[in-house]
Ligand binder design. Structure first.
Ligand SMILES: C[S@@+](CC[C@H](N)C(=O)[O-])C[C@H]1O[C@@H](n2cnc3c(N)ncnc32)[C@H](O)[C@@H]1O
Length: 415
């Protein structure tokens, strides 16, 4: 044994079984697209970040928490709005109530949350609905579409109070399991689309080239090769983008397929998509030459997806222009586009702040969701509808200027 040999830090490289599995795939079939790498890192059926059943608590007795908590939340790698304060869930409950009125109060109102993480938003949403007498609760069926069995287990644990109520909460693992036009109600998601695997592109000699992942000397490394599918060039062409030499960015093709799937399932109702993101003009603008891919591990942010593979989260900001355009093509009309701060203002978040002790922990939490330089503005809210005529929604009462930019872009570039 060489006493001077440095032992590789397994956490730095990643989950050993996952790293072995990805390395094996590369050995067998050659370098893989970054999108495939991200798919395996996050969703490999056994060892992916979201699929893994083992928790940090299994490895370290001092780390508290189950499957959900050890990834999402203050004890995990990153937090979402739902971890900060229930006010977003409460606003969504009020928005859904208004949508229910616009749908004529159907006998059964289905609310689907897709990608529910550890189930906090679902918990707070159901709590808010249950508190309102004469609201939607008696007619409400809450369905979660969650691809990871491990996250489903975490959601079941969070939603224990409702599990005994017949037909109240149900799970499916894929949108495809629902039949066309079957949804009358609302489908919402918070930080789902930014968790889809993305293709990474680099402009070289005026052409988009793609990032592939190879393995050399026991470490992952990148190769820049011709794009793996013409869909990537088509995506950029439709946005009429001219990206400069050396520009790095991401394209989320899965987001487009998802939007088409949502349009297929929705018979009548609304889609609410909340996520980190921008209009295409902003996302693919000069301020983001390095792209937006980020990794989160114990609340540390890094741009290196090749360390802690399977042990850290990865996300990329969402192109809302393309989502809206594909939605329009598939029969979903844009009701409006705003940011989290404006959405919450539509439900009187200022009054909530006035009722709280300034400087108290709760006051600070609500402010955190509203901060213009943080969650308040980076998080956008896209609402789409089908089978409802020109709905006016409280969540869209305050629209910053870019709200119009989205629909103009969508019309200019996508007919
Ligand atoms: C960032 S977390 C969402 C957090 C949660 N919505 C919240 O507010 O705290 C992303 C979730 O989406 C799930 N997910 C990712 N892709 C999915 C897909 N195609 N279908 C269903 N769930 C998916 C992940 O397993 C994970 O539970």
């Amino acid at each position: 044994m060489n006493k001077n040999a440095k032992t590789a830090d397994p956490a730095l490289h990643g989950h050993p079984d996952l790293v072995a599995s990805i390395t094996e795939e590369i050995r067998a079939s050659g370098p893989i697209t970054f999108a495939r790498f991200m798919e395996l890192a996050l969703y490999h059926p056994r060892f992916g970040y979201y699929s893994r059943l083992e928790t940090r608590a299994d490895a370290d007795a001092d780390t508290p928490g189950g499957i959900g908590e050890d990834r999402i939340g203050w004890g995990g790698d990153y937090f979402t709005s739902s971890d900060v304060h229930p006010v977003l869930a409460q606003a969504l409950a009020r928005q859904v109530r208004q949508m229910d009125d616009l749908l004529g109060r159907p006998d059964l109102l289905t609310v689907i949350e897709m990608g529910a993480g550890k189930g906090t938003l679902a918990h707070d949403f159901l709590t808010a609905c249950a508190k309102e007498s004469g609201g939607v609760f008696d007619r409400l069926r809450y369905m979660i579409i969650e691809r990871s069995p491990a996250m489903q287990a975490a959601q079941r644990a969070t939603l224990v109070p409702w599990l005994g109520q017949s037909g109240r909460v149900a799970w499916v693992s894929k949108l495809d399991e629902l039949s066309a036009g079957s949804l009358v109600g609302v489908l919402f998601s918070n930080e789902l689309v930014d968790a889809f695997p993305v293709h990474r592109l680099r402009i070289e000699q005026d052409e988009p080239k793609e990032v592939y992942v190879d393995c050399q000397g026991g470490r992952f490394c990148e190769r820049i090769w011709p794009i793996s599918t013409p869909a990537l060039k088509e995506y950029l062409r439709r946005l009429d983008l001219s990206l400069p030499e050396g520009y790095n960015t991401e394209v989320n093709l899965e987001a487009l397929a998802w939007m088409k799937g949502v349009a297929r399932v929705l018979g009548r109702g609304f889609v609410i998509t909340i996520d980190y993101g921008h209009t295409a003009r902003d996302l693919y603008g000069p301020d983001r030459q390095r792209g937006t891919l980020l990794c989160y591990y114990h609340h540390l942010v890094s741009e290196d997806p090749y360390t802690r593979v399977g042990l850290q989260d990865m996300t990329a900001h969402v192109d809302f222009t393309s989502l809206a355009a594909v939605g329009e093509e598939s029969g979903l009309h844009v009701t409006g586009f705003t940011n989290q701060m404006s959405f919450l203002m539509g439900f009187g978040v200022e009054q909530l702040l006035e009722s709280l002790e300034p400087g108290s922990a709760e006051f600070q939490s609500v402010v955190q969701l509203l901060r213009p330089e943080g969650m308040g503005r980076t998080f956008k809210v896209l609402i789409q509808h089908k089978g409802v005529t020109e709905p006016q929604l409280d969540g869209l009462r305050f629209r910053p200027f870019f709200g119009e930019a989205l629909s103009q872009n969508a019309m200019e570039n996508h007919g």
